[in-house]
Design a binder for this molecule. Structure first.
Ligand code: KG4
Ligand code: ZN
Length: 350
């Protein structure tokens, strides 16, 4: 079972070929970061235009690197949500066209569920039945959710952010600190040279607004808009002067710690009854978060599952992998499907 996966939900253009849902034969990712950096965030119009320009060659490269021929592809899979509508449309339309041209079924995949699946990619990765049930923290530029996974295809959303995503908080914080875009990697880097106890930023313990998300526990919801505003006011009262790199590094470290404390606090609350712990998404590349998650897993004597670095941020291998397990909306229904920018977790059919 060879699946060609396509991922264009935000600002990464990616195509991948995965065999039997695990063996990654190729995973080509084109990051548009340099196109969005001057604006301090993703510009949807630029993202979709870039997907249109780049996707055809990325797909050809993925097929070529896989060592397979077009006729070896059994399924064409694409993300159909959540994400930016104009970006999703490029990948889903390309996948529909390829599915018809190749005469192979189309499979539409939920992006967040693909992130969750990313921990199972690779021959050496554990198998789902060894790990389930588990709690997973999906942390990226667009999502921050805590989800209970009983098996691949069975998800229960426990908590989510009520405003900004954790990655967004990193990106906006880095912008305020003059550290450029994307903010996560650079805050991660400079924080190692700073003092995390320099400023005590708020930890976002909010429970309001949860009525908007029925069935979600208010105690397990996140809020990151407060910490970002706290940083804004801190810098207004105590502006950074030229040459104050040490102070900047310590403010960044304190800001990072506030975000991570909030993430770990909610993870701790969900880790009952020996459930294993997993984390996926771009922010799961963060070194301090990885360390704190490892400490938590060891404290609770449970396993910690993290995706390989190349499968943390947006990539098509996770899409092809999940489709290879039989999950997703497939066949004629997928061909008739529109993109779904606000798609919820738990919509993937098995
Ligand atoms: O998963 P991803 O590629 O895209 C979305 O689905 O949103 O995640 C991108 C996010 C960005 O906000 C970026 O700043 C953040 O992941 N990120 C990090 C790190 N590397 C990337 N955040 C914290 N520490 C990192 N090392
Ligand atoms: Zn993502």
């Amino acid at each position: 079972m060879n699946v060609l996966g396509i991922e264009t939900s935000c600002d990464e253009t990616s195509a991948s070929v995965v065999r039997h849902g695990r063996e990654v034969l190729s995973n080509v990712v084109f990051s548009q970061t340099h196109l969005h950096a001057p604006y301090g965030g993703v510009v949807p119009e630029i993202a979709s235009r870039s997907h249109v320009e780049t996707l055809p060659s990325i797909i050809v490269e993925a097929i070529s690197k896989s060592g397979l021929a077009w006729e070896d592809i059994d399924i064409v899979a694409s993300t159909y949500g959540p994400g930016l509508a104009s970006s999703l449309l490029v990948g889903l339309s390309a996948a529909k066209g390829l599915s018809i041209r190749l005469g192979k079924p189309l499979c539409a995949i939920n992006h967040v569920e693909a992130h969750i699946y990313s921990i199972f990619l690779g021959d050496d990765a554990p198998r789902p039945e060894e790990i389930c049930p588990f709690i997973t923290l999906v942390v990226s530029g667009g999502h921050t959710s805590l989800i209970r996974v009983d098996r691949v295809g069975s998800y229960k959303l426990l908590g989510r952010t009520i405003d900004d995503a954790a990655g967004e908080a990193f990106d906006k914080g880095a912008n305020l600190l003059g550290l450029g875009y994307p903010g996560g990697p650079v805050i991660d880097k400079v924080s190692r040279m700073g003092n995390k106890d320099f400023v005590k930023f708020p930890r976002g313990k909010h429970s309001y607004g949860v009525a908007r998300f029925p069935g979600v526990d208010s105690e397990l919801c996140f809020s990151f808009s407060g910490v970002k505003t706290a940083l804004l006011y801190y810098l207004k009262n105590s502006p950074l002067m030229t040459g104050e790199e040490d102070k900047r590094n310590s403010i960044a470290a304190s800001y990072q710690e506030a975000i991570i404390d909030a993430l770990i606090d909610k993870c701790r609350k969900t880790l009952t009854g020996g459930l294993n712990l997993a984390c996926a998404g771009g922010v799961s590349l963060n070194n301090r978060l990885r360390l704190r998650l490892a400490e938590l897993a060891s404290e609770r004597k449970v396993r910690l599952l993290l995706a390989k670095p190349e499968h943390c941020a947006d990539n098509a291998a996770m899409v092809a992998g999940l489709a290879g397990t039989g999950c997703g909306i497939c066949g004629q229904e997928a061909l008739e499907l529109d993109v779904c920018p606000n798609l919820e977790t738990g919509t993937c059919k098995v």
